[in-house]
Ligand binder design. Structure first.
Ligand SMILES: Cc1cc2nc3c(=O)[nH]c(=O)nc-3n(C[C@H](O)[C@H](O)[C@H](O)COP(=O)(O)OP(=O)(O)OC[C@H]3O[C@@H](n4cnc5c(N)ncnc54)[C@H](O)[C@@H]3O)c2cc1C
Length: 673
């Protein structure tokens, strides 16, 4: 297998409006587009639906909701995941909540405000039509999940409770303590199980998609490896849906589950699907700081904690005093100081950069000075005093009552923090530092969520999404479930209707060739017998991508990354050691395939970051900033989606452009002050 060489030169600006990128946005007023599109979409009658087979790769929130909905509609669905159960998808890790424009708090929320906040939060780098639809269906998601029995938190009177997340001045986030993803996934999983029992969905756990199969230019199947027996096999379908999650683990250390990877998306990319905005990655401000060189995972402390926790760093450099001995006037509550309107709930990109600034300034806390405080002392006191008779209680009793209230809201997060750091965050402030968390980039899709490859649909974090250059907290769960429950069930009919009876059989040469290539690659990994572990290469790639394409990027750092990744990849293909065999469970083999793909993808991510000569959202180019350190966009040259086309092994990828047209919201310099 050949190793693609480096693509060091920045690509010349592509022509505006590539013909490959037809976004299929319906015409008409923004608020009518989705209703009219649904009405104009092709229907497939119930008796015919059972004649179609649909592959869904992924059973996280996006995949499980899509598979369950399509099964319920009468389609025959095959659903794949690499975990032993859909219940273990990475979605289960989501802690803080899910947004919806219900306006239960009567604090001025509306579909329009959620739309506006999301467009602005994404730094004006997402499509208006998609984002409006997302805001519109957000309310349906909550109803659907409540009907499934998802135990959202409730007020004393029984109504659903809300809290706030970054980038919003209203309370629109629905939650189930700090385990919202888990509860939502149990809901989607129950719906999926119903369909499995009915026979409309066949579930393939422990099965990894290793290639996409195109027949006459259409996505008509996949090649998978049974991770327990090693069997490599093809599956054909009328359409393929990928809901395979994000690629944050290209940085090695991230808050993502260790298994999250780019393989399915990268394999589809190499078969023709364009990869959009790969450089848009989200760094989350509130994670537990790195503690050592051999750490393999980072842990999120949910953004919901910033409803009550106050972020601060000492004003003095290298201040070694314990936090309780630093008086209030010597503390810098930097988010409250810099962004008085949004305070501790400034969006993630902005909050992350502010924490980095404080640490770069020598004011960081904890080992290595890479941390700032997230302090609950004031909230504990405020809650304690607000309880009945609180004002008359002793300080200790106020504290006890306050802690109980904080525990009720965030108890499991405090437990996680204590288990990892051995510190009690009710007594001493948490230490936090930004970490890689989410990927806004992904496979390019049109308004129907279909990629440029006909028949290939992409949902959830795997698509380039509705979040532009920065996702607001609690919006990923909303988008994944919107895609799966409420968008693709309508839009897929447009593709399927004329495709009736065209499902290929798996003994066609396209399937045979793809299977042979997967087998060859598997054997190649096993035959290398090098001296370095797969993790060694992954860790090295992570060091390069984090140091040079992390929270801040420069032309020079990106050039450096682009010169270091190809030799690392070459070394991998010469010197990686994959023990064991292919015909059995082999975790090293699974990892090798994923890291090999990260080593190619990482280069594209850096190239995209190099070519985007502006700062926007999660993409901060140090050359492009205002004197006060805020991101400086260049709307004239970069108000577009950049989508990359794979041109062959060793050939430079081509950059295509979909212009972003704003008819409703006027792009302005984001201000959260
Ligand atoms: C710690 C943490 C907390 C978060 N908290 C929140 C929150 O509070 N609110 C919010 O909105 N968002 C949150 N997010 C983001 C959110 O959880 C994710 O973006 C979302 O759950 C992704 O869902 P998904 O269905 O797209 O992908 P996933 O849940 O990652 O599912 C991917 C699926 O694809 C399958 N798969 C992948 N590759 C293959 C392959 N090659 N072959 C077969 N199957 C494959 C996997 O097995 C899995 O079933 C959080 C993220 C993290 C990391």
């Amino acid at each position: 297998m050949s190793v693609p060489p480096a693509s060091l030169q920045p690509t010349a600006p592509a022509s505006i409006g590539s013909p490959l990128l037809n976004s299929s946005i319906p015409s008409g007023p923004l608020e009518d587009k989705w209703e009219e599109h649904k009405f104009a979409s092709k229907l497939i009658n119930p008796a015919n639906r059972r004649k179609y087979e649909i592959i869904v790769v992924g059973s996280g929130l996006a995949g499980a909701s899509a598979a369950a909905s399509l099964g319920e509609m009468g389609y025959k669905v095959k659903c794949f995941c690499y975990q032993d159960s859909p219940r273990r998808a990475h979605s289960i890790a989501a802690q803080g909540g899910i947004n919806a424009a219900k306006n239960y708090q009567n604090d001025g929320d509306s579909v329009y405000r959620l739309f506006y906040d999301t467009i602005k939060g994404g730094d004006f780098r997402s499509r208006e039509a998609n984002v409006y639809r997302l805001a519109e269906v957000s309310a349906n998601i909550i109803d659907q999940c409540v009907a499934q029995g998802v135990p959202f938190a409730r007020e004393y009177g029984g109504l659903l409770a809300n809290r706030s997340f970054g980038g919003a001045q209203v309370s629109r986030t629905f939650y189930a303590r700090g385990q919202t993803g888990q509860q939502l996934l149990l809901g989607a999983y129950s719906a999926l199980n119903r369909q499995i029992a009915e026979g409309s969905v066949t579930m393939f756990p422990r099965t990894e998609m290793l290639d996409l199969v195109l027949v006459d230019g259409h996505a008509k199947g996949i090649v998978v490896r049974n991770m327990v027996t090693g069997e490599i096999k093809s599956h054909a379908a009328d359409a393929v849906i990928m809901a395979t999650g994000g690629y944050g683990n290209v940085f090695y250390l991230s808050t993502n589950a260790k298994g999250c990877n780019v393989t399915a998306a990268w394999r589809a990319h190499k078969k023709g699907a364009l990869f959009a905005n790969p450089c848009y990655t989200q760094i989350h401000p509130t994670c537990i700081p790195v503690s050592g060189d051999y750490q393999s995972k980072l842990t999120l402390m949910s953004e919901s904690l910033r409803n009550d926790g106050r972020v601060w760093a000492p004003q003095k450099k290298a201040d070694q005093r314990p936090p309780d001995q630093i008086p209030a006037e010597e503390r810098d509550y930097f988010l409250e100081r810099k962004y008085p309107s949004f305070g501790n709930l400034a969006p993630r990109d902005i909050s992350s950069r502010s924490a980095k600034e404080a640490c770069d300034d020598g004011r960081g806390v904890g080992p290595g000075g890479l941390g700032v405080y997230l302090d609950f002392a004031d909230a504990i006191k405020r809650y304690g005093l607000a309880t009945e008779g609180g004002a008359t209680l002793s300080e200790t009793d106020v504290r006890t009552r306050g802690e109980a209230i904080v525990k009720e809201k965030y108890g499991n997060l405090f437990d996680i923090y204590q288990q990892i750091t051995n510190e009690n965050a009710y007594k001493v402030p948490m230490r936090i530092y930004p970490a890689v968390h989410y990927t806004m980039g992904g496979l390019w899709v049109d308004y129907n969520l279909m990629s440029n490859v006909p028949g290939l649909f992409v949902l959830g974090e795997a698509n380039f999404s509705d979040h532009g250059a920065n996702r607001l907290g609690a919006s990923a769960l909303m988008q994944g479930l919107a895609d799966g429950y409420f968008v693709v069930p309508y839009t897929i009919g447009n593709y399927l209707a004329p495709e009736i009876g065209k499902r290929p059989v798996t003994d066609r040469p396209e399937f045979q060739q793809a299977e042979a290539a997967v087998k060859e690659r598997t054997q190649q990994f096993l035959g290398l017998k090098g001296r370095r572990s797969v993790d060694h290469f992954h860790r090295e790639l992570g060091r390069i991508t984090w140091d040079y394409c992390g929270m801040a990027r420069t032309e020079k750092s990106l050039q450096r990354a682009l010169s270091q990744i190809p030799p690392l990849r070459e070394e991998f293909w010469k010197n990686v050691n994959v023990p064991g065999e292919g015909e059995a469970l082999n975790v090293a083999l699974e990892k090798a395939g994923r890291v090999a793909d990260f080593l190619e993808f990482g280069e594209l991510m850096c190239l995209d970051a190099l070519d985007r000569r502006e700062s926007c959202g999660g993409h901060f180019r140090e050359e492009y900033q205002y004197p006060d350190g805020e991101a400086k966009r260049d709307d004239e040259h970069f108000q577009h989606v950049a989508a990359w086309e794979f041109k062959g092994e060793g050939v430079k990828s081509e950059r295509h452009v979909e212009p972003l047209i704003f008819e409703e919201v006027h792009p302005s310099v984001r201000s959260y002050k």
